[in-house]
Ligand binder design. Structure first.
Ligand code: SF4
Length: 540
């Protein structure tokens, strides 16, 4: 009953009261803390919850998440809900499991201040609504920032303004089921008809038959087709059958279904799958599956943001990439990002840069792999930012590679190995004169061209590439490059809590999940840095 009241109040958009739990553990809490041997974050959160969620931060959460108070006060302070959200990331608990843990697990009760409670301190709907608000108001990012603020107050101060950071990504397999074209079409059409069936209070099979798409009546499209899938002829017939079903459903919906005006979203999904995957074959009017993969190919009906991507040249995955920016001096994760698996790495840096601006730090060193080299963060970098990245190997068979051509940046001149000089510009191609190359004694070692001169292309960011190659030649430079390994450790830690498979569907919810995993990572870093006895002294 209490939870029902609480859920109703949640809807009323009211601002909560701050939570002021006792700082000193009670004897019962101290006993629980002593018994925790492995999952030490529970103990750390009990010791530091009043500092992480101090009055100022609780007020900020209340104002940002709940706006101005209109009537009454909801009973659940955001600090408690945020702690539960962090514990969910730490333990991998679903909403139901979290609610159960609040009454069954004394470690959860320790953190949430409800030891021996027989009812959870809030309902599942309150937890879900809180998560939604966190996402809507970008307050999940604020939780990451809060860990950075807490770290800056510790005895080993983390408050650097000039940041040395490394950025890297790892695959996050999507939560939606990946299907082939036949099943994508069947699944989307079933969803469309399912909406009509629910609205009319009828069965899906009945509506599918009425629409002239009996193929969709069963539980499995492929079972309904009942074909030999090794036979190309039968596969072609299957495609025609599924497209006919799509045509029938389109006609059925065009005919108007009772009061229904808007078409169910599933029909748009089915059309999109048809347009991306099907084309006319060599025989006029006969559809065939398109060869290759369309760039923005939909791979899952349930999660339309998922895409096919590559982990390496040979390993493919479907879902997302998670990007993590690690502070190389403190090990804290400062910012994270999620992109569909097919998006270039460079596309994430705009949001990462925004997150850093909010933290009032500026990048002094950026350690990246080559996939991020084309990012705006690198292209538009200020002069003080040093980029560390392994340069591409420059080769040209047995002939002079372009690195043998010296660049004079002051005068924009390129000098070839034989001493001929030509003007150059970044992003352009330098063509040495035919006549000069024709009489050059080094010609055989320089160009294959019988009649023309040697050409050398200059990358738009050639100056940076030259710097990278130069650094790689020295032992100190190679040592610097090895610093990037740290971000791989952070990615592995975060992957340990977040898992390799997404918990949610869609980019934004998975970004939320990544951010709360980054919070868990950062809290571990802080806890590791401060010995237990010092923690109390700092908190006092
Ligand atoms: S072939 Fe032309 S570009 Fe090459 S070294 Fe000789 S003069 Fe220079």
């Amino acid at each position: 009953m209490g939870n029902v009241l609480e859920a109703k109040r949640e809807v009323g958009n009211m601002r909560p009261q701050p939570w002021c739990p006792p700082v000193e553990p009670s004897p019962a809490e101290a006993a629980v803390m002593r018994r925790v041997k492995k999952a030490k974050l529970f103990v750390f959160l009990r010791e530091r919850r009043h500092e992480i969620f101090d009055e100022g931060f609780q007020k900020e959460l209340g104002t940002r998440l709940y706006g101005e108070s209109r009537r009454g006060h909801p009973p659940v302070p955001p600090a408690k809900l945020a702690l539960a959200t962090i514990l969910q990331a730490y333990t991998g608990a679903s909403d139901e499991e979290a609610l159960e843990a609040m009454v069954m697990d004394r470690r959860w009760q320790l953190v949430l201040g409800c030891l021996d409670a027989e009812e959870p301190p809030f309902s599942k709907s309150t937890l879900v609504a809180f998560r939604k608000r966190l996402i809507e108001h970008e307050m999940d990012r604020r939780l990451v920032e809060r860990t950075v603020e807490i770290a800056a107050r510790t005895p080993r101060s983390f408050g650097h303004k000039a940041l040395r950071a490394a950025l890297d990504s790892s695959p996050l397999w999507g939560a939606g089921r990946v299907e082939d074209t036949y099943n994508l079409l069947g699944h989307a059409l079933k969803k469309a008809l399912g909406v009509i069936a629910r609205q009319q209070g009828r069965g899906l099979a009945e509506v599918a038959r009425e629409a002239g798409a009996s193929l969709l009546c069963g539980t499995s499209l492929k079972a309904a087709l009942d074909l030999d899938w090794d036979d190309p002829g039968e596969r072609a017939r299957a495609l025609v059958g599924v497209l006919d079903a799509l045509g029938a459903v389109e006609e059925y919906l065009d005919g108007g279904i009772g009061e229904q005006k808007a078409k169910p979203a599933g029909i748009e999904t089915a059309r999109r799958v048809r347009d991306q995957d099907v084309e006319e074959g060599s025989v006029e009017g006969v559809p065939v599956l398109r060869r290759g993969v369309a760039r923005e190919r939909l791979v899952s009906v349930e999660d339309p943001h998922m895409r096919h991507g590559r982990k390496s040249g040979s390993v493919r995955f479907s879902g997302y990439k998670r990007h993590v920016l690690r502070d190389l001096d403190t090990e804290l994760v400062r910012a994270v990002g999620v992109t569909p698996a097919n998006a270039p790495e460079a596309s994430v840096t705009e949001s990462i840069a925004r997150d850093l601006t909010r933290q009032e730090v500026h990048l002094q060193e950026l350690h990246i792999d080559r996939a991020y080299l084309s990012s705006e963060l690198v292209r538009e970098r200020p002069p003080e930012l040093e980029v560390y990245c392994k340069a591409w190997r420059v080769t040209n068979g047995e002939r002079f590679p372009k690195t043998e051509f010296a660049l004079d940046w002051e005068r924009s001149l390129m000098r070839c190995p034989a001493g001929a000089v030509m003007p150059f510009e970044a992003g352009g191609v330098v063509r040495f004169p035919k006549k000069t190359c024709a009489r050059c004694p080094l010609r055989e070692r320089c160009t294959k061209s019988r009649s023309g001169g040697r050409s050398v292309s200059v990358h738009p960011d050639e100056r940076l590439l030259e710097e990278l190659r130069e650094r790689q030649r020295t032992s100190a430079g190679r040592k610097k490059l090895r610093e990037r390994v740290g971000v791989e450790h952070s990615l592995a830690h975060i992957g340990h809590w977040q898992g390799d498979r997404a918990r949610y569907r869609g980019v934004r919810k998975n970004l939320f999940d990544l951010r709360r995993s980054a919070v868990v990572h950062n809290l571990h870093v802080i806890a590791r840095t401060i010995p237990a006895d010092e923690r109390k002294a700092t908190a006092a």
